[in-house]
Design a protein around this ligand. Structure first.
Ligand code: FES
Ligand code: FES
Length: 231
């Protein structure tokens, strides 16, 4: 059972969490904890002059009852539930959810920019909450409902926030747009009548290098208004 990810409720300050904080509210074995663990193992191995061996470490350090399942180091086959459908893939445990989506499942809407939870370009929904897919291991997304920008809408059937982005010209290069859109979609689901400040907090972790923020805020407010039947 993984901890609940970031709750985008705009009625409190949680909506102001930047993308870098979203990662820490994600699944238990994050990419960071995986790398830290691997680094510690490598450091210890360096001190005592041996290579870390998965078989040996598994025998010498069996996980305590109730501990996280030990996987890898080889590729594992598992199924993720993405955009309402099961998708089976075979990846090494080090592969992030973003890597799995983009490189193994052909879902390239979420963008790889900073690869360290700082820009929000890779934002997807995990059980309806926005998370940075570059900071979550794919294997840790098992058992969760993942939604990507491809699942939000299509060019023929756009979601209200996507239509609003087009109508308000809320993008220039478009590289931040999928992540920005997913962050706003989650925010509007949590708060159908947000203020401009609440929208700004919802996208505080999404960097737009083109500076399209004023249009993005307008699009979010327009989408909210339209969803309430006022626009
Ligand atoms: S936050 Fe994931 S690519 Fe920047
Ligand atoms: S539209 Fe270019 S980075 Fe946002």
């Amino acid at each position: 059972m993984l901890p609940k990810p970031h709750n985008p409720d705009l009625s409190d300050n949680h909506g102001a969490e930047p993308a870098s904080d979203r990662r820490d509210a994600g699944p238990r074995l994050t990419r960071r904890s995986f790398i830290k663990g691997a680094g510690a193992a490598a450091a210890v191995a360096g001190l005592i002059g041996v290579k870390p061996g998965p078989a040996a470490s598994a025998v010498e350090n069996p996980p305590p009852a109730g501990a996280a399942e030990r996987i890898g180091p080889g590729a594992e086959t598992f199924t993720l539930r993405i955009n309402g459908a099961p998708r089976t893939l075979t990846v090494e445990p080090r592969v992030t959810l973003l890597g799995a989506l983009r490189d193994h499942l052909g879902l390239t809407g979420a963008k790889l920019v900073c690869d360290r939870g700082a820009c929000g370009a890779c934002t997807v929904h995990l059980d309806g909450a926005p998370v940075t897919a570059c900071m979550i291991l794919a294997s840790d997304a098992r058992g969760h409902e993942i939604t990507t920008i491809e699942g939000l809408g299509t060019p023929a059937r756009m979601a209200p926030i996507q239509r609003a982005f087009v109508a308000e010209d809320a993008l220039q290069c478009g590289f931040c747009t999928p992540g920005m859109t997913m962050a706003i979609a989650a925010a509007l689901a949590a708060n159908p009548a947000p203020t401009a400040d609440e929208i700004k907090r919802a996208v505080a972790g999404n960097i737009c290098r083109c500076g399209a923020y004023p249009h993005v805020i307008r699009a979010a407010l327009a989408a909210a208004k339209s969803a309430r039947g006022e626009g």
